[in-house]
Design a protein around this ligand. Structure first.
Ligand SMILES: NC(=O)c1ccc[n+]([C@@H]2O[C@H](COP(=O)([O-])OP(=O)(O)OC[C@H]3O[C@@H](n4cnc5c(N)ncnc54)[C@H](O)[C@@H]3O)[C@@H](O)[C@H]2O)c1
Ligand SMILES: [Zn+2]
Length: 362
């Protein structure tokens, strides 16, 4: 097992990473000083696969355990569902000291986290992420939220968990689509901050895709550490955290113009390549690093060819993105593998040109 300790200012917490940790969750919760009731919030697919194992572990450690289940999917991340969960919690006499365990992907992590942040003004939250994206990204950093209509994450808070338990053995049942979503973020961490980690991924991407547990443990560990180090320097997302948006400005545009037929990881892959190509055009990134990025994305099973989407709609969607201001976009570029820079010099015209000349650069 590996541990990443996160120091966001107050309320420090640990991220535990390893195989077989779900069965130890009850003991870990007891070590936090929690007693009495424990409530697991999960979705029905994850519950079927891993609910009983977590429940047994909690009960064996003496917790009176309640499992609350929602259907899977982003559509469930609503204020109405948060309200329903609060009703369930209060019917079960959940108290201020009752821990909530969020067992699932980012949807459950965000929703259960939001409920934990607000029920009785805050109860202990334990994230038990079960997708690669949730283990390397959404369970770290304390952002919890629900969607509001079409507006993603519009109602939310910053609320740190007391503990994150990332059991890498549960990743084996993930569908390729959700593995890709996580892999795109993992590659992003290497590109923006860590050359050695990028090289590790170049050497191990096939093992990760084959769910080799040692490779997954190292990958989740390095990724969690990188995200933790970035967010603890910028807990409230006012500066440095911006580098985590590498690939996301164009990525969000692609997701939205494709009407979400192109998944998050796929869109971020294309977004990272666009950012790489822009960096190359501006003379910051060399051709061989750009090729390395493209090759790793390809080997990870992520797309590198621009889909047939209207550039005009894409640029429009990017202007609507919250990170956009009047013609110039706050863009995360790279000065080499492992070195992200925040730039205000990227114009929409330059993005348009890079998209038009897509096949020229690599
Ligand atoms: N809070 C943050 O900082 C942050 C960061 C990034 C993303 N997010 C949020 O995360 C959400 C996306 O998360 P996600 O990609 O994990 O999606 P998700 O939670 O919808 O999970 C994806 C699917 O995989 C299934 N699943 C989960 N674990 C599984 C397992 N081990 N085996 C088999 N199936 C499993 C789920 O039932 C679901 O159908 C979005 O709502 C996004 O806004 C939050
Ligand atoms: Zn992302």
């Amino acid at each position: 097992m590996k541990t990443v300790s996160v120091y966001p200012g107050i309320n420090n917490y640990d991220i535990l990473i390893g195989s077989g940790l779900l069965a130890q969750a009850g003991e870990k919760l007891k070590m936090l000083g929690c007693r009495g009731k424990a409530v697991v919030i999960t979705d029905s697919s994850v519950n079927e696969l891993y609910g009983p194992l977590l429940e047994q572990s909690l009960m064996a450690a003496g917790f009176e355990t309640l499992i609350l289940t929602l259907p899977p999917g982003e559509k469930q991340k609503t204020l109405a569902n948060a309200g329903r969960l609060v009703t369930n919690l209060s019917s079960a006499y959940a108290e201020r000291s009752t821990a909530i365990l969020a067992l699932g992907g980012g949807v459950i992590g965000d929703l259960a986290g939001f409920v934990a942040a607000t029920y009785m003004r805050g109860v202990p939250l334990v994230q038990v992420p079960t997708t690669l994206l949730a283990q390397v990204d959404s369970s770290i950093g304390g952002k919890v939220a629900v969607d509001h209509g079409r507006l993603k994450n519009m109602i939310g808070a910053f609320y740190q968990p007391r503990l994150v338990i990332s059991d890498v053995s549960v990743l084996k049942s993930l569908s390729p689509r959700f593995l890709s979503d996580g892999l795109a973020e993992v590659i992003k961490y290497g590109v923006i901050t860590d050359t050695a980690f990028f090289e590790y991924l170049e050497n191990n991407v096939e093992c990760i895709k084959a769910f080799d547990e040692a490779a997954l443990e190292e990958t989740v560990y390095k990724s969690a550490e990188i995200k933790a180090r970035v967010v603890e320097q910028d807990e409230r997302d006012t500066g440095l955290r911006n580098i985590l948006n590498f690939g996301h400005t164009v990525g969000h545009g692609i997701e939205s113009v494709s009407d979400f037929k192109i998944g998050h990881g796929e869109a971020v892959s294309l977004g990272m390549l666009t950012a790489g190509k822009i960096s190359f055009k501006l003379g910051k990134f060399n051709r061989s690093d750009l090729s390395r990025l493209k090759e790793l994305l390809e080997r990870a099973g992520l797309p590198v060819k621009l889909p047939d989407l209207k550039t005009e709609s894409l640029l429009q969607a990017m202007q609507h993105d919250k990170k956009t201001t009047s013609g110039k976009i706050k863009f995360i570029l790279v000065k080499g593998i492992g070195k992200a820079v925040i730039s205000n010099e990227v114009s929409l015209a330059l993005v348009e040109q890079v998209l038009a000349d897509w096949n020229e650069t690599t």
